[in-house]
Design a binder for this molecule. Structure first.
Ligand code: ASP
Length: 315
């Protein structure tokens, strides 16, 4: 693992758009080592002892925040959680002031989520600590895409050449955007599907196939990734009603049966059961939704480990 650390050059992980495939592989290899740690009776190593990780979350989170917290603790870092509701941001403090105050307490890594696209990049240019983007508006959610890739690799043994359908609110989904970069760079064939209002045409420039037809998107797919409708990011009506959306874009067993026989089903959570997919599908044996959550800890341990010990540490 020492070699990996020596070769890791990135100070921040803001998104995957500029990642090289070898860097993504590097994270996957490191996550495999972390998974081995997680399989031990004592799931803790001293690697990040003395380092502090601050989780700075201005938007709600269940999986990501907990997963980074557990990941940091498994590596023996001190992990501090900051959430908007108990903070001075709710008294009018600016993002930069809040972040500068937290930085004055000398964290090594800030894991941050914010509803503004570009918020992580903004702080990375103004603070001296490392930043991991845990979701910025509808822009990127890199650790989610990396854990999605990890889950696919574990289930399928490869990703290159797989037909992967990403379905739902593509326009507002940072998960879709990060997955488009991540899975695309690793050679997957991507199909994006959603109502025309939620499927930006310019996304075809990425090489993905675009369709408004759910059946067409699912037919013959190896992997189906369903997305939540991001109602909190929609400023106007993008479809007539949630019921109507669900009728046209909700995944049920009939439609999922059009995918390959060994196709797997994924979702970044939180699921809106009965909207983007049925209860039966969410809980079926081909649903890897909880496997994604499990992979998240190993992948986030890998990110914290690489960032805390990489070549930039001498900066
Ligand atoms: N949890 C993911 C995110 O934060 C997906 C979602 O919220 O729908 O982007």
């Amino acid at each position: 693992m020492e070699n990996e650390r020596m070769n890791w050059k990135r100070k921040h992980i803001l998104g995957l758009s500029d990642f090289m495939p070898y860097e993504i592989e590097f994270v996957m290899d490191t996550a495999r080592s972390m998974e081995e740690v997680l399989s031990r009776d004592i799931k803790k190593v001293p690697t990040l002892r003395g380092k502090t990780v601050v989780n700075l979350f201005f938007e709600p989170s269940t999986r990501t925040r907990t997963s980074f917290e557990i990941a940091g603790k498994r590596l023996s870092a001190d992990v501090v959680n900051f959430s908007y509701s108990g903070s001075s941001q709710s008294k009018g403090e600016t993002l930069l002031d809040t972040a500068r105050n937290i930085e004055a307490m000398k964290p090594g890594i800030l894991v941050m989520r914010h509803n503004a696209s570009g918020a992580a990049q903004f702080l990375s240019q103004r603070l001296s600590c490392s930043i991991i983007n845990a979701g910025d508006g509808s822009n990127e959610h890199p650790s989610q895409a990396l854990l999605d890739l990890y889950t696919i690799l574990k289930a399928k043994g490869k990703v290159a050449g797989l037909e992967i359908a990403i379905i739902g609110d593509i326009l507002h989904s940072r998960v879709a955007r990060s997955n488009l970069y991540c899975l695309g760079k690793m050679g997957a064939k991507l199909r994006l599907c959603g109502p025309a209002t939620l499927l930006p045409r310019e996304m075809s420039r990425t090489g993905a196939t675009l369709t408004n037809d759910l059946r067409e998107a699912v037919k013959g797919a190896d992997v189906v990734i369903m997305l939540r409708v991001q109602l909190e990011r929609q400023k106007s009506a993008f479809f007539p009603s949630v019921r109507e959306y669900s009728r046209v874009y909700g995944l049920n067993e009939d439609i999922f049966s059009l995918a390959k026989d060994d196709a797997i089903l994924m979702h970044p959570g939180p699921i809106n059961r009965g909207v983007e997919l049925t209860n039966e599908l969410a809980d079926c044996s081909r649903s890897l939704i909880l496997n994604q959550v499990e992979s998240g800890v190993a992948v986030r341990m890998a990110l914290l480990y690489l960032m805390a010990g990489g070549a930039h540490a001498a900066d």
